[in-house]
Design a protein around this ligand. Sequence first.
Ligand code: ATP
Length: 512
Amino acid sequence: MANNEDKFKKVISHAKEYGYIFGSSEIYDGLSAVYDYAQNGVELKKNIRDYWWKSMVQMHQNIVGLDAAILMHPTTWKASGHVDAFNDPLIDNKDSKKRYRADVLIEDYAEKLEQKAQKEINKAAKRFGEAFNEEEFVATNARVIGYKEKKAEVLSRMASSLEKENLQDVKLLIEELEIACPVSGSKNWTDVKQFNLMFGTKLGASAESATDLYLRPETAQGIFVNFLNVQKTGRMKIPFGIAQTGKAFRNEIVARQFIFRMREFEQMEMQFFVRPGEEMKYYEYWKEERLNWHLSLGLGKENYRFHDHDKLAHYANAAADIEFNFPFGFKELEGIHSRTDFDLKAHEKHSGKKLQFFDPELKENYTPYVVETSIGLDRMFLAVFSTALQDEALEDGSSRVVLKLPSILAPVKIAVFPLIKRDGLPEIANAIIEDLKWDYNVFYDEKDAVGKRYRRQDANGTPYCVTVDHQTLEDNTVTIRHRDSMEQERVAIVEIRSVVEKTLSLKHWLNH
Ligand code: ATP
């Protein structure tokens, strides 16, 4: 465990040190659970997005893309069920105007009871010294028993009230316990109400006429509301899919674990529309396809597992997560959901528009069923980055930090070095860059000894380093050094492209 925690800390600090991820607005001490992708991070993220996009859209004749707006008509979220979901109980103090989570206020109170009991125990321990029997004291001391019983009673009442959605009783409990606002000290509370995880915002300038909107909590609804437009204008026949990548926003209450759980994040989703009754066939198909996509990147089969849901969301008739072995254990990376006709039917009802498909083979209209694949881009970034980061022991007894990113995802593909800064070597290195930059993200470095430059590129995940030396002046050859094997080979300048392109092509990765 300590090892994993250590590893996770290394991942976070490496991501910062090498320009992958910074905390948002760090000069102002950051914003919790919001992150910025830096010069290398933005490339890695883009490459992951492209890898997903190409494998889903470009590789499937019956899947097309979409880029719907983040802001959507507010009724969308009524229809989807989001307005009534994402509940956390909130309460405001009327004097300080501060907002709290009602359950947290009560839990803090319970924690104080626990601390009071602990104080009694500490006092007794001091008094009795060596002879103190803590177990016996806790079991017999009236005060300690009283505090502990009260704590259990408070927590169990809260749990049962929340379970029954009895928010009045949650407020009553806060009043009975005489919980005061930590800021104003007053017990002047509003009623408890449910807090929605969606971020609200306003459309329009004047306060009276402004419309309440939400920042989308998922990209999927942008696809559903465009189902008919895409189907008709693209003349799509069922089964077909619509894919989309883009930002989603959730006002997560517990937001920890770096970019695993963010308030602003990016999703890559695909909704596959099928004939009713055929959804299980496609559900199984997409489970396998998506796992194969993950495996194609070579992060290790043992790092993935399926978790089938026993408890299904209101819209689903089957659901599974692809879990990944993150530094903090196996956690959801992607969801595959059989969403039935819930969303299209709900939008049909709320919009009054028919969202159906006329099936020319069956000669009938129906509301398609939907199988969804939904993956968090940031979580995928974390999966790739944390697995790639390795501390490797070398044969000569030294070690190196190497970021073994799949080369198709690496931010910089080729670093080009002149061995020294004179004798015309920089000019040749720059000419090589000029030629390669049309196809690849390349990087020039002439600072420090070449060994040090190799190490820097290892830690940055660059799969190839090309070094120009004095022999180049004679025979137009260079060395290519491979990141993972550290092997070097001598090739003609005109052959650089053919050496690297083998492992930098989509076909190489998706097709093996
Ligand atoms: P979790 O149970 O971890 O909160 P979820 O089941 O709510 O996730 P979905 O609504 O199924 O997630 O969203 C699909 C995908 O979006 C998830 O598999 C995950 O990769 C990603 N995702 C969801 N919430 C976040 C978040 N707060 N930060 C980063 N990625 C997220």
